[in-house]
Ligand binder design. Sequence first.
Ligand SMILES: [Zn+2]
Length: 215
Amino acid sequence: MIADTGDKAVKVRRQVEIPVLGGRYLATFITFDNLADGKEHFALALGDWHREKPLVRMHSECVTGDVFMSARCDCGPQLEEAIVRISAEGGLILYLRQEGRGIGLINKLDAYALQDQGMNTYEANRALGFEDDQRDFAVAAEMLKSLGVDHIRLLTNNPRKIEQLTGNGIHVDDRVGTRVYRNDHNARYLAAKKEEGHHALDTDDDSCCPAHSKF
Ligand SMILES: [Zn+2]
């Protein structure tokens, strides 16, 4: 039997410009055909992204944080920081549809309920029968390759993301740390990310993103 590979390569489907953050930044939203898991992942191209070693952020969907600016995590301000910094330097945000570290919104809220009884974010996921982190960044590498990008600077505090991209053929030439957005509600969550998730949260910068528009 002949392997059906010809039509299944990941390719860019559409590129559409959308002004974001109230029109302060212009993003090109890029959709793809044939992504391996069939989910609606997309990319935002910002600034001069065709430069050598564009700055890239892999951002996993967080409805509570990204849309509602939840203070239980730091996703909202991190996404906004990524838009601001990457617009200035030129690069891409890969917006990955893996809510709640890959367990989905309903399970994430189940995990929140367990956290309210004293578990940390990793313990709660395990109690529900999930791995600490179910996310898979292979699809991000597919997106980058289809855009002709194989050398990047990665905006992250999470060493696991570097390993996953490198293992899928993307050269991460530099890691650029994100700021840490600590508040009374997410302090325990961030401590668990540092201790159990080995995130490099060295910066002790408690101030929120000055460009933040939704608070
Ligand atoms: Zn979040």
